[in-house]
Ligand binder design. Structure first.
Ligand code: NAD
Length: 250
């Protein structure tokens, strides 16, 4: 029996990395998925890769008009949602404290915090009672990471949202959990390895912080997303599930 048979899911940032791997997994488990991403070409390629049971909707989660258009399309096509994986996000690179600009702060918080908040809020009318909401946070939200203070603070907000929204939505029995990857081999992270210094940083970080001694694979986070989306986690809400090779534990 497939774990998500007949479920309708939305995955923001579903055209790359963790979101794309999760979309593939959700479809393999019987779900229909809507995926979003900002770049049309990347989104089209992801839709082709997933192949079936998928619709791509281009848009920016930080743009409320894009979110309205997305949910109108979901409403017209399927009428409801069972799963929202609010996953779109990013760090905008390494920026030490002294170099943080207003622009950097606004960009990161606009996507990771404001965009995620309205992604979930605007999904509420379409979500069935008993649905599952999964928020992509990060180990940095609890541990921090050198030169990622704005990103880390934004992910601390995300893990906090999971706890409060669990209570806010209790009357509807909607579960809300945070999913926190550690360093994972996605385009978002391999882009960091553009210069020899950054490559060295990633290597050093793994040695110092990852008990399992390697980067995670997007598919490993996707398996945890299936768990949180499915009835296998039916009595689990308000938690933060780490998929991080032990990063958050040391
Ligand atoms: P990625 O860069 O491979 O993919 C990011 C996806 O998000 C893309 O589909 C992109 O189009 C989309 N996206 C980014 N900004 C968007 C916006 N404003 N509106 C709509 N879509 C947008 O990145 P990834 O590594 O798979 O990251 C996915 C999530 O996991 C992010 O929230 C990231 O912060 C988090 N995360 C990643 C790691 C890691 O090591 N890869 C670790 C912890 C947390």
């Amino acid at each position: 029996m497939k774990k998500l048979e007949g479920k309708i899911a939305l995955i923001t940032g579903g055209s790359s990395g963790i979101g794309l791997a999760t979309a593939q997994r959700f479809v393999a488990e019987g779900a229909y998925v809507f995926i979003t991403g900002r770049r049309q070409e990347e989104l089209d390629a992801a839709v082709r890769l997933i192949g079936q049971q998928v619709t791509g909707v281009q848009g920016d989660v930080a743009n409320l008009a894009d979110l309205d258009r997305l949910y109108e399309q979901v409403r017209q096509q399927k009428g409801h949602l069972d799963i929202v994986f609010a996953n779109a996000g990013g760090s905008n690179g390494m920026v030490p404290l002294g170099a943080i600009t207003e622009e950097h702060f606004d960009q990161v918080f606009n996507i990771n915090v404001r965009g995620l908040l309205f992604t979930v809020q605007k999904a509420l009318p379409l979500l069935r009672d008993g649905s599952s909401i999964i928020l992509t946070a990060s180990t940095t939200g609890s541990k921090g990471a050198a030169a990622f203070s704005v990103y880390s603070a934004s992910k601390a907000a995300v893990r906090s949202f999971a706890r409060t929204w669990t209570v806010d939505l209790q009357a509807r029995k909607i579960r809300v959990n945070a999913l926190s990857p550690g360093p994972t081999e996605t385009p978002g992270v391999t882009r960091l390895g553009d210069t020899p210094a950054q490559k060295q940083f990633v290597k050093d970080y793994i040695v110092a912080n990852v008990p399992l001694g390697r980067l995670g694979q997007p598919e490993e986070t996707a398996k945890a997303a299936v768990f949180l989306a499915s009835d296998d986690s039916s009595f689990i809400t308000g938690i933060e599930l780490f998929v991080d090779g032990g990063v958050a534990q040391i």
